[in-house]
Design a binder for this molecule. Structure first.
Ligand SMILES: Cc1ncc(COP(=O)(O)O)c(C=O)c1O
Length: 388
């Protein structure tokens, strides 16, 4: 199997991720923060060490402002629903995942927030001035993806951060795509809220993710209870992370995620980025030489977080992905990728796109095999569709 669906969930994981998760389950997986006995303290300490390591990775100064969630969607829902109030105006982009668009549209319908969606160019690339031009007196939040999960386009996060700081607007970043290859520094980028999954390029297991909440950002909990702290209190504690971490944490997942980040640190973020760029270049150049292919991603490393979106003219994306899987053992993903507005922007709403997303365990040999497979598919199709 050649796995090129790393934007959905990365696979495989570093050995240390598997090892530590198993060790945790076998040796110290009591309830972190509840119990007060040795094993619970050990488990709580492991969670705290992971919190510190992940905070450091994103330059989060106070690890207690990093909240663990079960995925990016949960973190985005907490951030959006915990902050916005009736009458608030929000600006977002057409390249957002439905984990952003759906909570916003739901608040627009049910609570009366105002929503502006900016589209940018045909790659979904949005200039900071588009945000500036849409700011109103009631604009409370800008929500923007770090990078698109459809075509990998990277958004100008630092510029938007400067704008929101200048205007006193809350800046929420969906860092689901790009973390683990792009440098993300919440201080430098002036990010107020950042949601991220653990199971993608951070190389952790599924069931992990997090939300960073900057100092001074008021956020209501959408779940209450089960914090293990302030048991005398009938209401949710206000201090972070407890205020937003209800219920027993996923300790084995969290220690696994910490090992994933440890792997990235030891390998070097820049080395991972360069390696992924190499693979993306190889795919881009190879695809450009195959008849009938249209590419919807940019090649430049500064514009692509590790995804190539493409189609064969006139062939449905699901068909291509199916043949890659069944005929060649190559895992890709087809369709709309939970982001229909992105496809309106890119002109691919009818059939979606085939997405190839590379990870740090792919090889150049695998990409050669992919390109040979796509060449064969192209050759076989020309008899059927006259794509030449
Ligand atoms: C840009 C983006 N946002 C949000 C999500 C949702 O992530 P999760 O599955 O961790 O909730 C994804 C997942 O593919 C994504 O690519």
């Amino acid at each position: 199997m050649i796995y090129l669906d790393n934007a959905a969930t990365s696979y495989p994981k570093p050995e240390k991720v598997y090892d530590e998760m198993l060790r945790c389950m076998k040796e110290y997986c009591a309830n972190p923060g509840r119990g007060g006995h040795d094993l619970s303290i050990k488990s709580g300490r492991a969670v705290m060490e992971a919190r510190e390591a992940i905070a450091e990775f994103f330059n989060i100064k106070d690890p207690m402002r990093l909240v663990f969630t079960k995925n990016a969607t949960e973190a985005l829902n907490i951030a959006i629903k915990g902050v916005l109030k009736k009458g608030d105006h929000v600006i977002t982009t057409s390249m957002e995942h439905n984990s952003v668009i759906r909570p916003l549209k739901t608040l627009e319908r049910d609570m009366g927030i105002e929503l502006t969606i900016v589209s940018g160019n045909e790659f979904g690339e949005v200039d900071v001035e588009e945000f500036r031009n849409n700011i109103k007196s009631n604009t409370r939040m800008i929500v923007c993806t770090l990078s698109s999960n459809v075509n990998g386009i990277i958004m100008p996060i630092k510029d938007i951060g400067e704008l929101t700081r200048e205007k006193g607007i809350i800046f929420l970043v969906d860092a689901s795509q790009g973390v683990g290859a792009l440098e993300v520094d919440v201080e430098y980028m002036k990010i107020d809220l950042m949601a991220f999954p653990g199971h993608k390029a951070l190389l952790g297991p599924q069931g992990t993710g997090g939300l960073y909440v900057a100092n001074g950002i008021e956020i209501d909990s959408i779940l209450q209870g089960g914090t293990g702290s302030s048991s005398e209190n009938m209401f949710q504690p206000e201090i972070l992370p407890d205020a937003l971490e209800s219920g027993t944490l996923n300790t084995p997942g969290i220690v696994g995620l910490s090992q994933g980040i440890g792997f990235i640190n030891s390998f070097g973020l820049l080395n991972i980025k360069n390696f992924k760029n190499l693979l993306i270049n190889q795919i881009y150049d190879g695809l450009s030489n195959i008849n009938g292919v249209i590419i919807y991603s940019k090649k430049e490393p500064s514009k692509n977080s590790g995804i190539i979106a493409f189609n064969f003219k006139e062939i449905d994306s699901t068909e291509v992905s199916y043949v890659l899987d069944k005929g060649y053992g190559i895992a890709s993903r087809a369709g709309l990728h939970c982001a229909p507005l992105a496809h309106q922007t890119m002109g691919t709403i009818k059939g979606g796109i085939v997405r190839l997303s590379v990870g740090c365990f792919n090889t150049q040999d695998e990409i050669n095999m992919l390109l040979n497979a796509l060449q064969e598919i192209s050759d076989s199709m020309k008899y059927v569709t006259n794509i030449n």
